[in-house]
Each structure stands twice: as structure tokens, then as C-alpha cells.
Write a protein that binds this ligand. Structure first.
Ligand SMILES: Nc1ncnc2c1ncn2[C@@H]1O[C@H](COP(=O)(O)OP(=O)(O)OP(=O)(O)O)[C@@H](O)[C@H]1O
Length: 299
């Protein structure tokens, strides 16, 4: 399958500051990819290069097989900035008609685009009365003009409430299912964990981890946490027999073990038979994995 985005050995320096160093990655059609990284890690710089707004210092970037910023690339790429701003006095429909005209498309598509992002009901209201989530949807509707094959979204859900975030990701899921690739940056790890196919972690301009959450979990090899509920009166017996186990105020036992000893630890706990009421196994979260890779790079 041809990649929507292909980046090879990308390096970008600003007056001696290395914003990106030797970054290589590909994004396939229909993939939802999260770009994570601390402030100043290089996420916006990478997006600007993909959009053709600034040149790379070295390396190669291909967007839909074309150079960033070329007519071929621009025709298939859409960008949504973190805080999309619109004219507050215009209605959603008027704003969209304006963008459609600028892009040489028929303004008559405005209502169907707004309907697609769930704003059909508010199309004739002034944007000044919209909530932040609604304004982000106007931004997404604008980004959808011309059926882009790659959507570049800079922290698209920052400042949105949980329901608006969930709705926004549902929209992205639909677009990805139709074959659009999505590259989004975010600091909200929990939502990214559930709603993207691949995760890229940048630290100080280097791509320090890349893959599915399962891939990253395997590479990070972080300990697995277990919570054991003992039957009445047996918490201390279990805690004495299980290395490193600690009892919390509610009487639950907490312990951790290496990934590879998970099954033997479970078998050991199961040997206690009816003294054990329940076991929860908690794999490392994306937050744990993210700190692991970022800290390795001194963050
Ligand atoms: N125009 C510029 N001139 C000089 N340095 C820059 C410029 N743009 C970015 N940088 C530097 O490049 C590095 C990467 O910045 P970038 O904005 O790409 O980070 P980011 O990951 O998007 O951060 P944030 O999460 O805060 O938006 C930082 O050290 C930043 O100061």
C-alpha cells in the first residue's frame, strides 16, 4: 500500500537549535496516528514541514508522493490548528461558504459539510454564539473541504469537555474508515490511547518510540501491577507470602511484577484458592509508557 506520508531522516535546525533530528516514519491510508511529546519536542515543527510552511534542514518528506507545499500535496492535505479562529459575526454556513469559494469549490456544499460534523442545526447561528467544541467542528468542516487524504490536527481536542472530545474522535473514526489518514498531536494521553492506531513519541526532536500501544508496552517492558482482594482475615497471610505486596487502607493488596513473570505470579496467587476473592491485573498505561520513553531522553 502506498504511504500517505513518508518521512526519512528528517532534521530541522533553527539557528543552532535542533528541533528535529533524524526522524523517519510512514503513515498509511486510513491510519490514525498520535504524535506525543513534551512542550518543545518538535511536534509543531514536524507539522509545519509536512504542510510545506517551513523547509527541512535535511532529509526527505513525501506527502501523497509529492513534495510538501507542492500543488499535489496541498490538494490532499488539510490542517486544523489548536485554536481555530473564525469571524464571530458570520454564521457557520457563511464562514464555510467563504472557505469553499476561496478553495474554488461550490459554496452549496456548506450545509452538507456542517451536517457531517454535527453542526447542521447551528448552521444559521453566528459563530460568536458557538461553544469551543462547536468552533473546533467548524474547523474540521473547513478541513474536510476537497476530501483531504491527510488531516494534520494540532491538539484538536484541547479545551474540549469529555463529551465533545468523544464526539470529535467519533468524527475522526468515520473519516479514517473512509480512508483518510490522521496525524494529530495531543497532550491528552488517555483519549489518544483509546482512539488512535499508532503512537509516535518525540523527545527533544528525536522519535524515541513508535508503534501500537501493544508494541510500546512490549518495548518499554514496564512492570505489571496487580490488585488482590483477600477473603476476610487472609490479607496478612497473602501479604507475607507475596514478595513486595503492600496492603492499603481498604485492605486490598498491591504488588507489581515483571511482564515475563505475570503468569507465574498469577499461578502463585491462585494457589491460595479460596483465600483469594479477586485479582485485577493492570497493564502499564500510556502515561506510564510515555514517561518511560520521555524520561529516558532526560525529560
Ligand atoms: N521559528 C523558530 N525559531 C527558533 N526556534 C524555534 C522556532 N520554532 C520552534 N523552535 C524551537 O524548536 C523546538 C521545537 O518546537 P516545536 O514548536 O516544534 O515544539 P512542540 O512539540 O510543538 O511544542 P508545544 O507542545 O509546546 O507546541 C523548540 O526548542 C522551539 O523553541
Amino acid at each position: 500500500m502506498t504511504s500517505t506520508l513518508k518521512i526519512s531522516s528528517l532534521t530541522k535546525r533553527f539557528d543552532g537549535v535542533a528541533a528535529l533530528t533524524d526522524v523517519s516514519l510512514t503513515v498509511a491510508p486510513g491510519q490514525r496516528v498520535a504524535l506525543l511529546g513534551h512542550n518543545g519536542a518538535g511536534k509543531s515543527t514536524m507539522m509545519k514541514i509536512i504542510l510545506g510552511l517551513i523547509p527541512a534542514t535535511s532529509g526527505k518528506v513525501e506527502v501523497l508522493g509529492a513534495a510538501p507545499g507542492s500543488a499535489g500535496a496541498r490538494a490532499g492535505v488539510a490542517y486544523l490548528p489548536e485554536n481555530a479562529a473564525f469571524h464571530p459575526a458570520l454564521t457557520g454556513e457563511e464562514q464555510l461558504r467563504h472557505y469553499l469559494r476561496l478553495r474554488g469549490e461550490s459554496p452549496s456544499q456548506a450545509l452538507s459539510l456542517l451536517g457531517r460534523v454535527g453542526l447542521g442545526h447551528a448552521a444559521r447561528r453566528r459563530i460568536g454564539t458557538y461553544s469551543k467544541g462547536m468552533r473546533q467542528r467548524v474547523g474540521l468542516a473547513q478541513a474536510l473541504i476537497g476530501h483531504p487524504k491527510l488531516l494534520v490536527l494540532d491538539e484538536p481536542t484541547s479545551g474540549l469537555d469529555p463529551v465533545s472530545r468523544r464526539d470529535f474522535y467519533a468524527l475522526l473514526d468515520g473519516l479514517a474508515a473512509e480512508g483518510a489518514s490522521i496525524l494529530l498531536s495531543s497532550h491528552a494521553l488517555t483519549e489518544v490511547e483509546a482512539r488512535t492506531d499508532r503512537i509516535l513519541i518525540l523527545a527533544r526532536g528525536r522519535l524515541v518510540a513508535e508503534g501500537t500501544l501493544a508494541d510500546l508496552r512490549r518495548v518499554a517492558a514496564l512492570p505489571v501491577a496487580m490488585t488482590v482482594t483477600a477473603r476476610n482475615g487472609y490479607a496478612n497471610t497473602l501479604a507475607e507470602a507475596l514478595p513486595g505486596a503492600r496492603i492499603d487502607a481498604a485492605g486490598l493488596l498491591h504488588l507489581t511484577c515483571a511482564q515475563e513473570s505475570k503468569l507465574s505470579m498469577l499461578a502463585r496467587i491462585a494457589d491460595f484458592g479460596t483465600k483469594v476473592a479477586d485479582i485485577d491485573v493492570v497493564p502499564p498505561s500510556l502515561e506510564d509508557i510515555y514517561s518511560h520513553f520521555s524520561q529516558r531522553e532526560g525529560q
